[in-house]
Design a protein around this ligand. Structure first.
Ligand code: BG6
Length: 502
């Protein structure tokens, strides 16, 4: 392994306030990410965490939870946790804010946090707007005395559809300016998602073929072998389109298909992403039915283990119509991509956990080689493996050694793990660190969120009407068979991900 690492950059002094501090997201993602930053020496010595939630906890309960949630944490995390404070109360009550303001003052005077604030909305989404309004009403939307910044990190889901997303955005904008708002999509924190930009714009050889003249189709797969786990209640209100497509898939799609930015800063990149999203064709609800398949998993076998169907999961309505699988056929209407089908598929309880982008190139105009193997030769393909076994593969035809001239598809592989040392800064730690440092490049701007909802909204509308049918698939398969038809109409087929790489 090459030891290419970057030295830790420390965050500025700040007080971080987590709304929803006793919840699942705090315990699974936020606290482990903070511990990672602490133990890698990336947090300022002048750092303080204040948890806010309705659960009646004491400071000690919060501190205990922060140690339980990060079992292998180091000494720096233990030191920080021993100072954690907690406010128990209703999110918009002035008594909650009276306590919070007292603790923020204490953070500045005792821990040297310098008036800088980072608020993290990790509550249930229905109170996001309420908390943002309360922060403004209580005068907490500006830095404390002597501070340089006051930022708001907002989790997904950002809205439930286009109209609720616009309402939420209006509420958040009443309280904070856009440059104070950091909307999280944890896919943007993945090194391999960011690597799409490096691959495309740090290399000269891909750009000339990255367009409709050479690319036959593009497939984006976000497959998961897990079911809804303990999140049945939440998932019932979401479904795969809202949970994965509106956010993670749209981000990957934008980075893969956008034009080259003229700089790598937040606005240059986000300008290009939003331009691309605006070029995605928005179907009418009728067309949307024709261009999409929604599915739900039945009982089956995954990883050699029998698993129950979605309707039998905890917290799920036994008659639920929520989709756990989505396949879409999209078009991007610009000079680069017109006519190239973009296929998207995501689902739970599929055979493996695989996220990849596959660009399949056009076949050769004439194949001089004979024989069965030559006829089976697959077109060139470039596979960007986002996870697992992160890397890039280029598939091409090669001569099989021997007298006869026979050709077969082979792959040239780049593997991230063997080329680079792990920085420990993937995902949430990376995003939190960026938000603390005020770098918004990997966060979702207001116009991106809006456009991503505009793209998926017609499907939501189409599916709520009769005829927007749900198709079932057995857990452990690649989704309903009818999803194949979306591609067969254009003579295409879903790529079978190479599971030896998963
Ligand atoms: C989350 C979804 O945003 O992403 C989950 O809410 C999903 O349902 C998860 O499991 C997938 O993330 P990753 O990083 O495991 O691909």
């Amino acid at each position: 392994m090459n030891g290419v690492t970057t030295p830790p950059q420390k965050t500025p002094p700040l007080a971080m306030v987590i709304f929803g501090a006793s919840g699942d997201l705090t315990s699974r993602k936020i606290l482990p990410a903070l511990a990672n930053l602490a133990d890698h020496g990336r947090l300022s010595e002048n750092f303080q965490v204040i948890g806010v939630a309705r659960t009646e906890w004491s400071d000690e309960d919060f501190q205990k939870a922060a140690l339980v949630d990060v079992p292998n944490a180091g000494s720096e995390w233990r030191r920080l946790v021993s100072n954690f404070r907690y406010v128990s109360g209703e999110y918009a009550a002035s008594s909650t804010f009276d306590q919070l303001k007292g603790l923020l003052g204490e953070a500045d005077s005792k821990h040297g946090t310098g008036g800088n604030r980072l608020y993290y909305l990790a509550t249930i989404p229905s109170v996001f707007a309420l908390v943002a309004d309360a922060l403004a009403k209580e005068g907490c939307n500006v830095p404390g005395e002597g501070g340089d910044f006051c930022r708001l990190v907002v989790e997904k889901p950002y809205g439930h559809d286009l109209s609720t997303a616009l309402d939420l955005d209006a509420a958040v904008h009443r309280a904070f300016d856009e440059d104070q708002i950091f909307r999280i999509d944890h896919y943007m924190g993945k090194e391999t998602v960011q690597n799409v930009l490096a691959l495309r714009f740090a290399n000269a050889i891909f750009e000339p073929i990255w367009n409709r003249r050479y690319v036959e189709n593009i497939q984006i797969t976000v497959a998961e072998s897990i079911g809804v786990e303990h999140r049945g209640g939440f998932y019932e209100t979401a479904g795969a389109l809202r949970d994965i497509v509106q956010n993670h898939v749209m981000q990957v799609l934008a980075l893969t298909l956008m034009e080259s930015p003229t700089g790598m800063d937040a606005d240059h990149i986000r300008d290009e992403k939003v331009k691309l999203l605006r070029a995605v064709d928005i179907p009418t609800p009728d067309e949307a039915v024709d261009k999409s398949v929604r599915g739900q998993y039945l009982a089956g076998v995954v990883d050699q283990q029998p698993v129950v169907g979605y309707r039998q999961e905890d917290g799920v309505d036994p008659h639920s119509e929520t989709e756990t699988f989505v396949a879409l056929r999209l078009r991007v209407e610009n000079w680069r991509w017109a006519g190239v089908p973009i296929y998207i598929r995501t689902g739970k309880r599929l055979p493996a956990r695989v996220t990849e982008v596959a660009l399949t190139f056009q076949g050769v105009p004439f194949l001089a080689f004979e024989g069965e193997l030559a006829r089976q030769l697959r077109p060139n393909a470039l596979i960007l493996r986002i996870q697992p076994n992160e890397g890039v593969s280029l598939h091409f035809g090669a001569k099989i050694p021997g007298e006869a001239f026979r050709v077969q598809s082979v792959a040239m592989d780049f593997e991230y793990n063997s080329a680079f040392a792990d920085t420990g800064m993937d995902g949430y730690p990376r995003l939190l660190h960026d938000a603390m440092n005020g770098d918004a490049t990997l966060f979702i701007r207001t116009d991106e969120v809006e456009q991503a909802w505009r793209i998926v909204d017609p499907y939501l509308q189409a599916w709520s009407e009769p005829g927007g049918g749900l198709h079932f698939y057995n857990a452990g398969t690649w989704g309903p068979h009818i999803a194949d038809l979306l591609l067969e109409r254009s003579g295409d087929a879903w790529r079978v991900p190479d599971l030896s790489k998963s």
